[in-house]
Design a protein around this ligand. Structure first.
Ligand SMILES: [Zn+2]
Ligand SMILES: [Zn+2]
Length: 670
């Protein structure tokens, strides 16, 4: 338990104390810390509502002010049960009703395990701890919500009220947390995505399948351009692969059957010629027989449908049918059997899957050409579109989707090249973080557990040791912020999950970086080494910009929709003051010059007043506005206005345009 979790869990004891002061009959179940706070499950006839929060908080404050110590008492099982029967657990004193949930919890504690109680003031609770020293150590807290929850999450159990709260060491941290939540609501990428016309979902297209509008596609294109330039400079080569592949590919990669649930169901191809006629004939026979059997059995034996007929009863009833009716049923059953048997002799159908990852295709591209050590490292990159089946309840804006375009690449190398390749990949991550102003990030380095080789982890003890050692060294030497998590590696090698925090402190998992020594083996990938021997390369999977979907969702919230010029969907909008023909000509020539340099520039030709034009551009968060009046034209100048910065004054035309081009070229952060 972290210090903050300990503090929050202690606050849940104080919450229970306060509730009992108001409703002494309350029965408590579990009160753990959770992400961002804590809760306590309570059984109470009174329905707790937000109107009660203030009263509960006032009682909590008293308990904190009293600064009671959290005292630990170890008791025997019998002592604990005796207290429970007196209603003394999770209570301020003895009560008529026993502490039913606590008794249930005690009965589930394995014999021999110690049972501890904690006391603060009059409140005694069954709890393993730990807690802060005294109630006064709980700095600042707030009750946030109440919801219903079943005891132990099982809907067969009684329904309880779950009271949520949060707590921090200081009032300042608490205030900052709520300010962040408020700000996050305003920045919600689903809300801004709609307002700024970045992406949409459509029921006819399908849930989880986002479409990018032109303004969103502009961001997509900029990110791809960035990735392509960066990867080109780092010696990557681009490849292209189709969106579907045969079942055989995913069997080889091991994704089938293990990953099947996360893939879209397969498409079965019609085979050509006579064979398909046989398949169709079998299918028709089965269908006809099924229909006949269903109808006649429903009429003759209504009880069969409800499953109320035993085999013996069924055979008996069949015997009693008139001959012709019985013969027809038997004939249909035989026909069906025959068709199924014939079907089984046909070759298996040709199944295709939508690709859920690009690796298998890339492995095939590695294998397509004989490779020698001189070709390594080989870095194959593709912004590949993948499809994953996420349950509809888990879809969430751009963060959890079913179609995703991934900043993917697979690097193939010799073991000697691993360290420098891995280092270069990490450098790339860090450079991107710098570019996007991501100051807080964490790399979770997941390693294997040697006792689970051959079960959870591929049985390659030496390779595990070697790659983990090298990965650890790279992380240490480059001063990257990382934590090591044992026993969480992927089946085929150590992995690094990258979490990043937006400027307002919202956490996102952006990308994964994986070392793989198993897939190259199952795909039989080889290169000829210096000693003329065939060897299996190591592969690194990496995707520093994650998927367009998730990364753009992150960027919308990170920038609150105020994209830097290079990423901005509308880079420059020209606003004329009035519609004088000469003024429009002058503005058009500026527009043409900008567009000749690939700047996303538009002109607002409406007859609105200049203030109206500015307001509309500000609403869409257009990055730069060139406001052009008669005086600007006469001076061969433009008045520059930047979103959120206001009017920056007049500049010579050439200087203003050069400034725009330079800022885009350097991908300046503003
Ligand atoms: Zn506790
Ligand atoms: Zn991969």
């Amino acid at each position: 338990m972290t210090d903050l979790e300990r503090l929050r869990h202690s606050a849940s004891h104080v919450l229970a104390t306060a509730i009992l002061k108001i409703w002494p009959e309350a029965q408590f179940a579990a009160g753990p810390p959770v992400e961002n706070g804590f809760y306590y499950d309570v059984d109470l006839p009174h329905r707790i509502s937000p109107e009660d929060f203030e009263r509960i908080e006032a009682e909590m404050k008293k308990e904190i002010k009293a600064n009671h110590p959290f005292e630990k008492m170890e008791v025997s099982r019998d002592e604990a049960l005796a207290l429970g029967k007196k209603g003394r657990l999770a209570a301020l004193g003895d009560r008529k009703e026993p502490s039913k949930f606590k008794i249930d919890i005690i009965e589930r504690i394995p014999p021999g395990e110690k049972i501890s109680l904690y006391r603060n003031g009059d409140f005694i609770d069954l709890c393993a701890g730990p807690h802060v020293m005294r109630t006064g150590n709980i700095g600042a807290f707030k009750i946030t919500s109440v919801a219903s929850a079943y005891y132990k999450g099982d809907e067969k159990n009684p329904q309880l009220q779950r009271v949520y709260g949060t707590a921090f060491k200081t009032k300042k941290e608490l205030d900052e947390y709520f300010a962040m939540l408020e700000e996050a609501k305003k920045r919600d990428h689903r809300k801004l995505g709609r307002e700024l016309e970045i992406f949409v979902f459509d029921d006819d297209v399908g849930p989880g399948l986002p479409m990018f509008l032109p303004r969103g596609a502009a961001i997509v294109e900029e990110l791809e351009k960035l990735a392509k330039e960066t990867e080109f400079a780092a010696g990557y080569q681009r490849v292209r692969s189709p969106h579907i592949a045969r079942e055989a590919l995913y069997k080889k990669s091991g994704h089938l059957p293990y990953y099947a649930e996360s893939m879209f169901p397969p498409m079965e191809l019609r085979v050509e010629g006579e064979l398909q006629q046989h398949i169709d004939a079998s299918a028709r026979s089965i269908e006809t027989a099924d229909k006949f059997l269903r109808e006649s059995l429903d009429i003759v034996f209504p009880a069969l449908k409800k499953g109320e007929l035993s085999n013996e009863e069924f055979i008996g009833a069949l015997k009693n049918l008139p001959d012709e009716q019985r013969r027809n049923i038997e004939l249909a059953a035989f026909n069906r059997l025959y068709a199924v048997a014939r079907w089984a002799e046909l070759p298996p159908p040709d199944r295709y899957y939508l690709k859920a990852m690009n690796c298998p295709h890339h492995h095939k591209l590695f294998a397509a050409v004989p490779r020698s050590y001189r070709d390594l490292p080989l870095r194959l990159a593709e912004y590949g579109t993948c499809y994953r089946y996420e349950k509809s309840g888990e879809l969430f804006g751009l963060m959890r989707v079913r179609s995703l375009q991934m900043n993917d690449a697979h690097l193939y190398m010799t073991p000697e090249q691993f360290e420098s390749e891995f280092n270069a990949v990490n450098e790339m991550y860090l450079n991107y973080f710098k570019l996007f102003g991501i100051e807080k990030y964490l790399m979770r380095f997941s390693t294997h557990d040697p006792t689970k080789l051959g079960q959870k982890f591929v049985d390659e003890p030496e390779l595990w040791k070697q790659t983990e050692e090298m990965t650890r060294n790279v992380l240490k030497n480059s001063g990257i912020n990382y934590v090591e998590v044992p026993n969480e590696a992927a089946f085929y090698g150590p992995k690094i999950d990258v979490q990043a925090w937006s400027v307002i402190g919202r956490e996102f998992s952006i990308a994964t970086n994986q070392v793989d020594f198993a897939q190259p083996r199952s795909f039989d990938l080889r290169y000829k080494d210096k000693d003329n021997k065939e060897k299996v390369p190591i592969c690194i999977h990496r995707a520093p910009l994650g998927t367009h979907e998730r990364f753009i969702g992150f960027l919308i919230e990170h920038y609150a929709g105020n994209f830097p010029l290079w990423l901005s969907p509308d880079q420059v909008r020209i606003l004329t003051i009035g519609d004088d023909a000469k003024l429009v000509d002058y503005s058009m020539s500026i527009l043409n010059e900008l567009r000749a340099h690939q700047v996303r520039a538009e002109i607002d030709k409406s007859t609105d007043q200049i203030n109206g034009k500015i307001q509309r551009a500000e609403q869409l968060k257009v990055h730069t506005m060139f406001v052009i009046g008669k005086r600007d034209m006469e001076a061969n100048a433009v008045s520059v206005r930047v979103h959120r910065k206001g009017n920056l004054g007049a500049k010579p035309r050439a200087e203003a345009i050069a400034g725009i081009l330079q800022s885009i070229k350097e991908r300046r952060p503003q």
